[in-house]
Write a protein that binds this ligand. Sequence first.
Ligand code: ZN
Length: 283
Amino acid sequence: MQLRLASVDSRAHIVVGATATHCDVIDVARASNDSLPSDPMACFARWDDLRALASKASVASTNIPLERLDCPVPRPRQMFAVGLNYKRHAEEMGSPIPSQPLIFAKFQSSLNAPFAEIQIVGDTVDYESEVVVVIGSGGRNISQSTAWDHVAGLCAGQDVSDRKLQYAGTPPQFSMGKSRTGFSPIGPWVADMAGVEERNALRIGCSVNGEQRQDTVITDMIFSIDQIVSYLSSICELYPGDIIYTGSPAGVGHGFKPPVYLKSGDVVETTLEGVGTMRHRFV
Ligand code: ZN
């Protein structure tokens, strides 16, 4: 069974079944007689042991409403994000195509749960549906050919962006406008991608109030997931549980003419194929 790691009541759980509204889970520490940690953050360095537990775990807590899920990676040491990693998105933002990965930070205090409310600040808040990579075994100077061996799994992510703040300076700097309270939801869980052949060709997208706004296959990325992991590790040591937002495809509200930003009451559903769907109400 594919390992999917979620957080419920701030404890690590393996998801063994899910519908659109509920999931069945196993408490990692209890099911392993405390040989595995209850803290989700401690699980990413024990990923192989979790895989083994997932393959034989049996008794589950059933029918947990998805709204009870916490952020599955609550305290990453580092949160990287890649800007302008899809050609059509760079064009809609009026930006040149990057010749090497354009990296900024999203800060840990902006993390959010997969089914939570997000507070709008100002009148230029926008969505960006993204594939989020969660690092398993970290390291430095990871080669592109072994990069996936260092990935625990993938989440769906929203890189919620305050466009006015993002472009306030000259030159613009992205990290602040993307780190407001609740602006970094990921989830609904971390899905193991070992042995998943389609992991380089998944669909990522989101809808606003049921209207599809983004829908792209990630083969359109300028820098692929293995290239990004290798590039980052050539500069920064990567640690278990670090997360990497890999960039937004085209279709953001900022790219509309005139731009269409999020308003109170909007519901954004973000889906990463092979992983799952998050839902956020903006207030
Ligand atoms: Zn982004």
